[in-house]
Write a protein that binds this ligand. Structure first.
Ligand code: MN
Length: 338
C-alpha cells in the first residue's frame, strides 16, 4: 500500500513537470520494461512530453512485442540532454548503476528525481523516494500509484504491468507474492484479457544458442561448502566455442534450476561475459536463511531476498572464491545452521 500523502506528493511532482524522462535498467527484464512502458503510456495520455530511453542495453527481442515498445528510444543515459527534462522517474533501479554503467550518472540541478523501487538494497538516491521491498514487482507499485489517484489504466498499460508482475514474481511464486499481488493482477487481467499471449511470447522466444548455453552450464556444476552452494560457471571461451552471445547465456534460468535440488541452498549461475568480467545470478531455496540480495550487495551487487545479481571484474575462479566467502561470512554473521 502506498501512503496517501506520499502518493499526493508524487502526483504533485508529476503535475508540475512537463518534460519527463524514463529509462530501463541494464539488461532490462519484464518489470523494468513493463513499468516504464506502462507509465509512459499513462503520462502520455495526461499530455506530458515523455521520453523513454532503453538505457545501456539494446531492447531485448523477447520483450519487443510489449505494447508501446516502438516508443523506446535507443539512447543510454549518458547521451541524453538531461537539462531539457523537468522530472526523471527512475523505476526498478536499486542504485545509480542501474541507470547506466557506461558513464557516471549525474543529475543536473534543475532535474527533479523520483525513485520508485522494490529492491531492499535501495538507499533512496532521488529527491523523492518510494521504496518498498514488500512489493514483488515495481509494476505493482505503479499499479497502486495509479489506483491511488484513480487514473484510468489502458489495455496497453495493463498488459505491460501484468507482464512485469508475472515475470518478477516468477509466475506468482516468489516472495513476497501475496493476496494483494493477485488482486492487482486480477484487475489488470480484466483490462488485458489476452495477457497469456504476451506471457507465451516471453517464455517461448529462444535462440538455439540459449539451449547450447544451458547444456554447457549444466555440465559445469560445482559444489562448495558441503554441497550447500552450487555454482555453474561458463567461461568466455566456452561461449565463443558455440557462438553464444553473453545475452543468450541465461544464468538466472540456470540458477533457478540449481536451486531446485534438495540441499543446494544457494545457487549461482556465473557467466564470463568477456575475459575478466563475470556476471552472477543468485537464487536460494532458503530465503529466510540466505538473503541473497544482501549477500550479493557484500560484493557490490544487489537484489531481493530470493533472487539477486552481481558483476565482478575478475576471473571466474576468483569470482567463485569471493562468492563462497561471502556466503560463509553471511552464515557466520547470521548463524545459519543446518
Ligand atoms: Mn523488479
Amino acid at each position: 500500500m502506498i501512503d496517501t500523502s506520499l502518493a499526493q506528493q508524487i502526483w504533485n511532482e508529476v503535475e508540475r513537470a512537463q518534460r519527463i524522462l524514463l529509462h530501463m535498467h541494464p539488461t532490462p527484464d519484464g518489470d523494468s520494461a513493463g513499468s516504464s512502458l506502462a507509465l509512459r503510456d499513462v503520462l502520455d495520455s495526461m499530455g506530458k512530453d515523455v521520453t523513454l530511453i532503453q538505457g545501456d542495453t539494446a531492447f531485448p527481442d523477447y520483450l519487443r512485442h510489449l505494447p508501446g515498445a516502438e516508443n523506446v528510444e535507443p539512447h543510454p543515459y549518458g547521451s541524453v540532454e538531461t537539462e531539457q527534462f523537468d522530472l526523471f522517474i527512475i523505476l526498478d533501479s536499486a542504485n545509480k548503476d542501474q541507470i547506466s554503467r557506461q558513464s557516471e550518472v549525474v543529475f543536473p540541478e534543475n532535474l527533479r528525481t523520483l525513485v520508485i523501487d522494490h529492491h531492499a538494497t535501495n538507499e533512496g538516491y532521488g529527491d523523492i523516494n518510494w521504496i518498498d521491498s514488500g512489493y514483488v514487482a515495481t509494476c505493482h507499485m505503479v499499479f497502486d500509484l495509479l489506483t491511488a489517484a484513480k487514473i484510468e489504466i489502458s489495455r496497453e498499460a495493463a498488459t505491460c504491468l501484468f507482464v512485469g508482475m508475472f515475470t518478477d514474481s516468477g509466475g506468482f511464486q516468489y516472495p513476497p507474492t501475496s493476496a494483494a499481488t493477485l488482486h492487482a493482477a486480477a484487475d489488470l487481467a480484466a483490462k488485458a484479457p489476452d495477457f497469456s499471449e504476451y506471457i507465451f511470447h516471453i517464455n517461448n522466444t529462444f535462440d538455439p544458442e540459449n539451449m547450447y548455453y544451458r547444456g554447457i552450464a549444466l555440465k559445469n556444476i560445482e559444489l562448495f561448502h558441503n554441497g550447500h552452494i552450487a555454482i555453474s560457471a561458463v567461461s568466455a571461451s566456452e561461449l565463443d566455442s558455440r557462438g553464444i552471445l553473453p545475452d543468450q547465456a541465461d544464468k538466472s534460468f540456470i540458477a533457478n534450476q540449481l536451486k531446485s535440488v534438495v540441499g543446494w541452498d544457494v545457487a549461482v549461475g556465473l557467466v564470463e561475459s568477456e575475459p575478466g568480467v563475470v556476471k552472477a545470478s543468485f537464487r536460494t531455496r532458503k530465503p529466510e536463511i540466505y538473503h541473497v540480495g544482501k549477500i550479493a550487495a557484500m560484493l557490490g551487487g544487489g537484489g531481493h531476498q530470493a533472487a539477486a545479481g552481481l558483476t565482478l571484474k575478475t576471473s571466474l575462479d576468483d569470482a567463485k572464491r569471493q562468492i563462497v566467502e561471502a556466503v560463509l561470512a553471511w552464515e557466520n554473521e547470521h548463524g545459519a545452521t543446518e
